[in-house]
Write a protein that binds this ligand. Structure first.
Ligand code: HEC
Length: 211
């Protein structure tokens, strides 16, 4: 009986089975190593940091603002033309801001300084700083790796324009427009001529939207 058993265990098929089991155990251990530690923020697992960054940037819609024409193209602009900033400003109560050239920003900063810069900033809209702050250091580093892979390109974005100054470039007005029924004047950039015309709108969104 024992002789039969040892013969079975040392047969080539059994050895293969043992090796396969070992491979499965090793793979599981590898997967476990990718699980965030207790209390650690979640992060994306990919074949490389660059791939994780590419995924995060696409899923995080960074191109919506940082790549001109991205939403209109349905997200089909080739990598070489992406994320080099936009000459079209976003205008609102904060003034007019221009989406930064992220390829230049990443090329100038080492990964650790990139993360520190992002964690320290909470400035003007419509940049969703809160979304970046929600990411783990590992994910922010992955975005940096992807931007480095794209490489530096283009010019730095224009400096922001103060709220009381008129921008010299085209801009997108980030402001709610009242429905026609609520106001005879439906001009996005202006509140109704008289506050009496529609006090609710003047006191609410429309007033906030005044550049
Ligand atoms: C709704 C538009 C919008 C979206 C979406 C957006 N950004 Fe921005 N981003 C901006 C604007 C505008 C600025 C410039 C802000 C300023 O001048 O204060 C900016 C600035 C930045 C900066 C500062 C760069 C520098 O060198 O000063 C970083 C980093 C950045 N964005 C990263 C990202 C990433 C990563 C994503 C995607 C997860 C993203 N942004 C999505 C509009 C946007």
């Amino acid at each position: 009986m024992s002789a039969t058993r040892s013969a079975t265990l040392t047969s080539p098929a059994s050895l293969l089975a043992i090796l396969a089991a070992g491979a499965v155990i090793t793979a599981c251990a590898g997967a476990r190593a990718e699980t965030p530690a207790k209390g650690e923020k979640p992060y994306v697992v990919a074949a490389s940091p660059e791939e994780a960054g590419a995924y995060l940037v696409r899923a995080g819609s960074c191109d919506d603002c940082h790549t001109p024409g991205w939403p209109e193209s349905g997200g089909t602009i080739p990598d070489q033309d992406r994320l080099a900033g936009s000459p079209v400003g976003f205008r609102g109560p904060w003034g007019t801001t221009y989406p930064a050239n992220l390829r230049l920003s990443a090329s100038k900063l080492e990964a650790r300084d990139w993360v520190t810069m992002i964690r320290a900033r909470n400035d003007r809209p419509p940049m969703p700083w809160f979304s970046l702050h929600a990411m783990s250091d590992r994910d922010l580093t992955a975005i940096h790796a992807f931007l480095r892979k794209l490489g530096p390109k283009g010019q730095p974005a224009l400096p922001a324009v103060a709220p009381d100054r008129e921008p010299t470039t085209p801009y997108i007005l980030f402001a709610p427009v009242p429905p026609k029924a609520a106001s005879a004047s439906n001009t996005p950039a202006r509140a109704p001529a008289s506050a009496d015309a529609n006090p609710a709108i003047v006191g609410g969104h429309m007033a906030m939207a005044m550049p």
